[in-house]
Design a protein around this ligand. Structure first.
Ligand code: NAG
Ligand code: NAG
Ligand code: NAG
Ligand code: NAG
Ligand code: NAG
Ligand code: NAG
Length: 467
């Protein structure tokens, strides 16, 4: 159940050391540079190649925040892309994770907020208005000005000039961030090196249309301070080079690729390029990754079917606040006297199957959702799924997170209740006996309370009470 931190500092491609070690490589690099310059001279009208030499020469960036202390929340600067028109509906998603006077950052709007938002709420991030790009000389060439506004928000966040920042994290106004888990993830990486951290889409089609190695912005992504410092000097050049690109995320990906920086995939960021009911996915979130973000909250069905969208998010946050790294972590266990399998997604749901299924089967999300694009062809997803089946053995009894309490100093009790009878198939599963779970209405999960130092994570430390 616990997320254990793996201290994996990614080594960065270092041209210097390679040149010292291998003279052959050195000549190849030099030859490459000569060809590169020749190419630049010949083709500079069409394509302005990135200034690789400038980056190569750049010393370890002298950031204003060269400290070796572990990343904490105040080291992160958030830049949120919003718009005046949608703020009314989306501010509740931002306010669900924003901590006034604790989190640092801004929401960028397309124009001055209207009277209804004034005075600006102290529960929201302070607002800024994006630069008006219609006056830029490039404007006539730009295919999609809104996307340029979005990508430019990165620069505008940086140019606010806040001190002591280790990471810049960009997200949308319909992204729910789980910031304590985000801190745990970023703490694995060195902000003085070049890092672009995020995740691609759940849908194969979205990734093939853009790139499997592009961070989808709705899921949120993080740029290390060192990378941001370089990007700040290059991004306008990239926009100039690629005015025809019509996705802000792709412009950033293209720009960073030119700078030689690849995406570091972190699976806790969720673009949620899905439609309908995503409970199948949230009930089988692999237990090796903390939940960092959920996007498209406005498009999918409410994640708790008995609540509306903003209430659902608030409800999930209750469990999150009690034990953030445990949220949505999947645990599987068995009840031998009745031959049942349990799958628990902590703080969200519990499933009972009236038979014994292997872990590998239960770890595959039930395909309760649909892909983002209506006309995409299967296979839709970058992960395996289980289709919804008519077989009563494969159809779980579903229980959703209802309430929680701290029973003693070191026990958290989360309670999951049945919202409706099993829909698809009311008949029972006979394959491993005749043990119906129809009479179960509530499940309580007992877990050790979160401790600041997770010394000995024990995935089997949950116990269950069926009521
Ligand atoms: C977070 O880390 C910074 C140094 O990077 C330190 O100055 C600050 O006190 C820390 N804040 C908390 C709340 O620990
Ligand atoms: C944040 O701090 C300011 C100034 O210290 C204070 O006026 C405001 O009430 C605080 N807001 C919240 C939500 O705590
Ligand atoms: C941006 O500038 C143009 C031209 O000056 C103006 O028409 C437009 O209203 C401005 N947009 C915003 C959002 O202020
Ligand atoms: C969701 O439910 C809450 C509480 O019942 C209510 O205040 C809020 O207006 C509802 N939101 C929407 C978008 O319907
Ligand atoms: C559980 O399933 C096994 C294998 O099908 C069967 O032999 C056993 O009798 C079942 N146990 C109960 C309590 O039904
Ligand atoms: C299963 O058990 C129920 C009682 O719980 C009984 O009515 C039914 O006949 C049994 N079915 C089979 C196939 O054994």
């Amino acid at each position: 159940m616990f997320f254990t931190m793996v201290s994996s500092i990614k080594s960065f491609f270092n041209l210097n050391s390679i040149q010292q070690k291998h003279s052959l490589l050195k000549s190849l690099v030099l030859l490459g540079l000569v060809l590169f310059m020749l190419y630049t001279l010949l083709f500079s009208h069409h394509y302005q190649p990135p200034n690789l030499l400038a980056i190569h020469k750049q010393k370890r960036p002298v950031s204003r925040s060269v400290t070796n202390s572990p990343t904490n929340l105040s080291d992160i600067m958030f830049g949120i892309v919003g718009s005046v028109k949608t703020w009314k509906h989306k501010r509740s998603y931002v306010e669900s994770w924003w901590r006034p006077n604790v989190t640092r950052g801004y929401v960028f709007l397309d124009r001055e907020p209207s009277q209804e938002f004034l005075p600006w709420s102290s529960n929201s991030p302070p607002f800024r208005v994006n630069r008006n790009i219609t006056k830029s000389k490039l404007y006539p060439k730009i295919v999609n000005p809104i996307q340029i506004r979005i990508v430019h928000t990165i620069l505008e966040t940086f140019r606010e000039g806040d001190k002591d920042v280790k990471w810049y994290v960009m997200a949308d106004d319909d992204t729910v961030l789980f910031i304590d888990n985000l801190v745990e993830v970023l703490a694995k990486y060195d902000h003085t090196k070049y890092f672009y951290i995020g995740e691609n889409s759940e849908c194969i089609r979205s990734n093939s249309d853009f790139s499997f190695d592009m961070a989808f912005g709705g899921a949120g992504y993080a740029l290390s301070y060192a990378l941001m410092e370089v990007l700040a000097t290059k991004l306008d050049g990239c926009i100039e080079r690629y005015p025809h690109l019509h996705s802000s995320d792709f412009i950033l990906h293209a720009c960073l690729a030119d700078l030689g920086v690849a995406l570091t995939h972190e699976k806790g960021f969720h673009q949620i390029d899905l439609r309908g009911d995503i409970s199948g996915l949230l009930s089988a979130h692999n237990s090796d990754r903390p939940l960092v973000s959920l996007h498209h909250i406005d498009i999918i069905d409410p994640i708790f079917s008995s609540k509306n969208r903003s209430e659902s998010v608030t409800h999930l946050m209750k469990a999150y606040k009690l034990d953030h790294s445990r949220l949505l972590q999947q645990t599987i266990c068995y009840h031998r006297p009745s031959n049942w399998s349990f799958s628990i997604s902590w703080g969200y749901s519990t499933h009972i199957y009236e038979t014994i299924f292997p872990q590998s089967f239960l770890q595959k999300p039930l395909e309760t959702f649909r892909p983002w694009m209506k006309y995409a062809k299967p296979p839709f997803y970058i992960f395996n799924t289980r289709g919804i089946s008519n077989n009563p053995c494969e159809t779980p009894h579903e229980f959703f997170f209802d309430s929680m309490e701290i029973s003693s100093e070191d026990q958290i009790v989360t309670t999951y209740v049945r919202i409706s009878p099993r829909q698809r198939n009311r008949s029972r599963c006979f394959s491993t006996g005749n043990h119906s779970a129809d009479s179960i209405t509530r499940i309580q999960v007992f877990s050790p309370a979160a401790t600041p130092k997770k010394v000995s994570p024990n995935p089997n430390s949950n116990s269950l009470l069926l009521v």
